[in-house]
Design a protein around this ligand. Structure first.
Ligand code: NAD
Length: 294
């Protein structure tokens, strides 16, 4: 199938390449020339704008940072809706505010474009392996139609409900992940400060109830003081801000999320916004005077 792909960053690059590997023909666009070149070298055709990419394909995928970026790429000048023909399907795989997904879907529907939201979890390693967890919202028939395309990028694609439900699910995911990383950083700072080797603690507890995908992925990074992203603190702040806005809109207080968000804001203010979210360990190093790693 001919597919347009807009947004070739940490996640978009490997996702687009997996679609090429699955036999799809890709027309791609990104503002960043180096990212564009990276994917055209793998066999995609470059477009000069999102509109030009959308004009050539029946299905467009977006993988952009946040709601304003998706709004620009879809509704803006030389955006997707300028080029897309009626009947085109848009899958927005970015993590954005559920309300923004709903607004975008309305604007798309007015032009005869069918939109679903389908954010992902799993980070760069799973984007490379094609084993992302995909959570989708929108028209069930459209979801069923594009599911084989989604499964070229992920190992699961779960339909979560009406438009925006994919992003509401993603907010839940980001709360669980953020709080878990903070728990790991807090616990491992304690053991280091109390004179116990964090590596031995990791080996001792990973098989018990405290074991988790977050522990396995992030404890080694904290132990090595390796905060190369991965998933950036600034993107996680964006997700928690979207979670808090959404929660306040429906009257569901998020006290722990608010706390983790402020911890991440501290890291951002200290110049660590581009670090991996495992850099929450830096927050604990600041308040305890003890680093988990060497
Ligand atoms: P990124 O910043 O690495 O990439 C974003 C890309 O979008 C960049 O190449 C940028 O040039 C491009 N871009 C921005 N505005 C554009 C526009 N109007 N038109 C064309 N291109 C534009 O971000 P990422 O890490 O790939 O994340 C993308 C989305 O996926 C975010 O919503 C993020 O929260 C989500 N996500 C990321 C991860 C991760 O581990 N990195 C994991 C799961 C979900």
């Amino acid at each position: 199938m001919k597919i347009g792909f807009i947004g070739l960053g940490i996640m978009g690059k490997p996702m687009a390449k997996n679609l090429i590997k699955a036999g799809h023909e890709l027309v791609v666009f990104d503002h960043h020339q180096e990212n564009l070149d990276n994917v055209t070298t793998a066999g995609a055709k470059a477009a000069v704008s999102a509109a030009e990419a959308a004009a050539q394909v029946p299905l467009v995928i977006t993988m952009l940072p946040n709601s304003p970026h998706v709004k620009t790429a879809v509704l803006g000048e030389k955006g997707i809706l300028e080029g897309a023909k009626p009947g085109t399907i848009l899958i927005d795989m970015s993590s954005i505010a559920p309300l923004a997904s709903q607004e975008l879907e309305k604007a798309c529907a007015a032009k005869g474009v069918k939109m679903i939201d389908a954010p992902v979890s799993g980070g760069e390693p799973k984007a490379i392996d094609g084993t992302l967890a995909i959570m989708a919202g929108g028209d069930l028939k459209v979801f069923e139609e594009v599911k084989p395309v989604l499964l070229a990028m992920g190992s699961t694609a779960v339909y979560c409900g009406a438009i925006g439900a994919g992003n509401t699910t993603k907010l839940a995911n980001q709360i669980v992940v953020g709080l878990n990383i903070a728990a790991v950083a807090e616990a491992f700072t304690l053991v280091k400060k109390a004179g116990v080797d964090p590596q031995l603690v990791f080996e001792a507890i990973r098989g018990g109830l405290a074991g988790s995908t977050v522990l396995n992925a992030k404890a080694p990074m904290m132990i090595e003081s390796n905060f190369k992203p991965g998933f950036r603190i600034d993107l996680h702040i964006k997700d928690l801000a979207n979670a808090l806005d959404t929660a306040h809109g429906v009257g569901s207080p998020l006290p722990l999320t608010a706390l983790i968000r402020e911890m991440m804001e501290t890291l951002h203010a200290d110049g660590f916004g581009q670090d991996d979210h495992s850099a929450l360990a830096r927050y604990y190093a600041k308040v305890s005077g003890t680093k988990i790693g060497k």
